[in-house]
Design a protein around this ligand. Structure first.
Ligand code: PGA
Length: 269
């Protein structure tokens, strides 16, 4: 399968992103040691933004430690209400100034914590009003993939998550395509192929174009995530329409994450 001609072309000038989603791993101390190691190994790069997403407890101390010329922080989730009686929740208002990015609508949040498109839409709006760049995740299940429902699912998640975002604000949003069947897999058969990703990425770009216009749509960064590692990162980063990677498991191993960053820098050059 190749990217249909009706889809827009990837803007090669666009900045790229490598985002490490640490999920529920590392103590505060371990997070700090890891960040220190990353900082020592990385050089600032104008064309590449590197983001790490520790758990809530580590965000505030890491925000004091981080060298923002080299690295940025993302929250893994957030509550769309600003303040109030929401026991156990952390709002984007509270995260303001601590993180620059917020991962929103990750499939684990949708499936394990029952976040709906309505919750996700409210989170995107809350992040934006608190100067946090939403990284809106979309992706189909294995069954939806098998039954050819991918485009319907992606369109619903995309339009559902973005329906309160104005044309002016959409340039502050990042989209991440993460097919659920390809997340944290150890079998090559479950890895998404560059052609499959290219088709869905083209479809996402096309859907954004219908809503926000061609010029705006081609500037929206589109990331891929799903068992990214140093062996497949180069192939994924050269897919037309893909502007970066959302990395889970491999981002927990500093050497692997650094390798992926180096590969992204080479692709960018
Ligand atoms: P993975 O996780 O790289 O381990 O597949 C990606 C994600 O869930 O964001």
């Amino acid at each position: 399968m190749s990217t249909p001609a009706r889809f827009l072309c990837y803007n090669k000038i666009m900045k790229s992103y490598i985002v490490g989603n640490w999920k529920m791993n590392f103590s505060v101390g371990e997070s700090s040691v890891y960040l220190h190691k990353l900082s020592q190994k990385l050089r600032a790069s104008r064309g590449l933004t590197v983001v790490v997403s520790p758990s809530f407890v580590a965000l505030q101390p890491l925000s004091l430690q981080i060298d923002r010329k080299k690295l940025r922080l993302a929250a893994q989730a957030g509550n769309p209400h600003d303040f109030g009686a929401y026991t156990g929740a952390v709002s984007y208002t509270q995260l303001r100034g601590i993180v620059d990015y917020g991962i929103i609508g990750h499939s684990e949040r949708r499936q394990l914590f029952h976040e709906s498109d309505k919750d996700i839409r409210a989170s995107v709006a809350a992040a934006l009003r608190n100067q946090i760049t939403p990284i809106l995740c979309v992706g189909e299940t294995e069954t939806e993939h098998t039954f050819g429902e991918t485009e319907d699912v992606i369109r619903d998640q995309l339009l559902g998550g973005l329906s309160e975002v104005s044309t002016e604000d959409i340039s502050k949003v990042i989209i991440a395509y993460e097919p659920i069947w390809a997340i944290s897999t150890t079998t090559d058969a479950h890895l998404a192929s560059p052609d499959e990703i290219g088709d869905v990425a083209g479809f996402i770009r096309h859907t954004l174009k219908d809503t926000y216009g061609a010029a705006t749509a081609k500037e929206i960064p589109l990331l891929y995530g799903g068992s990214v590692n140093p062996s497949n990162a180069g192939g994924y980063l050269t897919i037309p329409e893909i502007n970066g990677l959302l990395v889970g498991g491999a981002s927990l191993i500093a050497d692997q994450f650094i390798d992926i960053i180096e590969i992204a820098k080479k692709v960018q050059d």
